[in-house]
Each structure stands twice: as C-alpha cells, then as structure tokens.
Ligand binder design. Structure first.
Ligand code: N5H
Length: 256
C-alpha cells in the first residue's frame, strides 16, 4: 500500500455500482491514503452507493447531486466546504445520453437530446470545476473520463461523441484557466468497459472482442487499469501534466 495521497481530500462523482469506473478510482485513491466524498444522482442510487461506500470506506461524506441543477451543484459544494474547508481533487465520471440517440444516425439527434448530453456530460465538468477551484487554495487536480468517439467518428456513439469533444476541449480551457492556481485538469480516455452505463447500449458486448482483437495489447482494459492512471493523475507523480488526455485503451487509438 502506498501513501501517495495521504491527507488529501477528493470528491468522487459518478459511482452507480461496484462496476463503475468511479468506484475503481475511489478504491485506488482510498488505498493510497485519500479521504473521500461521493456524489450520486437520485434516490434510486442512494441506497446502493451508500451501502457500497459504508462497507469499505465508512464515514465518507455522501451527497446527492443532479448536475443539471445549479442549486444542487452549489449545495453539494457548500456542504463539502462546511465539512472539509478545502479539497485536493475532483474525479468527474459522469455522462448521459438518451439510449435512442446512441444508435441510428447522428443527423437525427433531437435538440433536447443534444442539449441533455452536453449538459450532463460536458458542462457539468465546468460547473463543478468552478466550485472545486474555490476549495483548492493550495492547488489540486481535476480528472474526467472521456472516450475516443470524441476525437473520431465511432459507430453509434453519435451525440455522446459531440459531447466528449466538448468535454475534451473543456479540459484544455479549464487547464489554461486554473494552471496559475496550480490546479491541473486532465482526462482519461478509456477503452470500452462493461459498466452499467455501457450495458444499456445496443450491441455493446459484441464491441469488446472486436476492440480487443484490433488493440496492440490484444485485450480489453479493466476499471483497475483506469484507476491506476487516475492515481497517477491525482498524485504528485504527474505534477508536470495538465490539459492532457491519456488513453488507457490497450493502445487501440493508434491503430488505423
Ligand atoms: C461506440 C460505443 C457504443 C455506443 C454508445 C455508448 C455510449 C455510452 C455512454 C452513455 C453515457 C451511456 C448512457 O447514457 C446510457 C443511458 O442512456 C441509459 N443508462 C442509464 O441510465 C444507466 C442506468 C446509468 C448508470 O447510466 C448513466 N449514464 O447514468 C461506445 C463504447 C464502445 C464505449 C463506451 C461505453 C463509452 C462511454 O462513453 O461510456
């Protein structure tokens, strides 16, 4: 066990269950000495996420946040400020698009679906970073999750691809804004993983072996591999890195 994050406080946003990337990251940061708070969305997730956290990290702060609501975002950070005063990092592992817009043609995307995907998947990083920075007087680290479909056209990713493109560029603009305050902002571009968010997607399970075959490492990646990279980005090991997108995808993105 390392103590890379001893005494550091991190907010983890986006745990839905024990397969969530956010959960793997939480475990990794916790094992490295960090104190954690968790935000979850809606009553449906409350008991599941609370049970998970209580079993392994009792005493962690839990806060409900619907990121489409300014008052809830403000309220969550107000509560954290009351408890912690300052914080050292934010892990943003949230995205949403309507299932029916993750198939068929992108040209058919509705205005509402487009805005919803942007709101939850991209703008929420901006909104949360604004509050987080006010709690990071000694600098900090902000990490979000992205996907190759924001850089290239990937079948069926559609409206999420456009949202990830916005997210990726938000990472760069935020990194430029917050660098003077010694806050680093980076993204991890993960290969496909069988999480709850991914499972609802049509044909997802057939994508996994296809991606594995084409990848240099000839396999898929795990939540734990993403989490180890998150630990690197969360810790001083990556002190010179900001505005970066690190691909944790068994090398898939280099292939033509
Ligand atoms: C090319 C692909 C496959 C097609 C697109 C997948 C996009 C997935 C991302 C979004 C976030 C999934 C999503 O919003 C599903 C929801 O409509 C329904 N699911 C839910 O509401 C569940 C219960 C909750 C937990 O989900 C959320 N989001 O809150 C991409 C894949 C190869 C890789 C991939 C899966 C990328 C990615 O962005 O996750």
């Amino acid at each position: 066990m390392n103590q890379l994050l001893a005494g550091k406080k991190f907010l983890i946003m986006g745990v839905a269950n024990d397969r969530s990337i956010a959960w793997a990251i939480a475990k990794q940061l916790h094992e490295s000495g960090a104190t954690l708070a968790f935000s979850y969305q809606g009553d449906r997730l409350e008991s599941r996420v609370t049970k998970l956290v209580e079993a392994t990290m009792p005493g962690s702060t839990m806060v409900q946040v619907d990121v489409t609501r300014d008052d809830e975002v403000a309220g969550a950070f107000a509560l954290l400020k009351e408890q912690w005063g300052t914080m050292d990092g934010l892990v943003h592992s949230l995205a949403f698009a309507k299932t029916e817009e993750l198939e068929g043609n992108f040209v058919d995307t509705s205005r509402e679906g487009y805005l919803l995907a942007q709101d939850i998947s991209a703008f929420s990083l901006v909104a949360c970073s604004r509050y987080a920075k006010d709690m990071m007087p000694d600098g900090g680290t902000i990490i979000t999750m992205t996907y190759l479909g924001g850089e290239r056209v990937v079948g069926n990713y559609n409206v999420m691809g456009v949202a990830k493109a916005a997210l990726d560029q938000s990472v760069r603009y935020l990194a430029a804004d917050l660098g003077a305050q010694n806050i680093r902002v980076n993204a991890i571009s993960a290969g496909p993983i069988n999480t709850l968010a991914a499972r609802g997607v049509k044909n997802f399970t057939s994508i996994l072996p296809q991606v594995a075959e084409k990848s240099p490492l000839k396999r898929n990646i795990t939540q734990e591999e993403v989490a180890k990279t998150a630990l690197f980005l969360a810790s001083d090991l990556s002190s010179g890195i900001t505005g970066e997108i690190i691909h944790v995808d068994a090398g898939y993105h280099i292939m033509g």
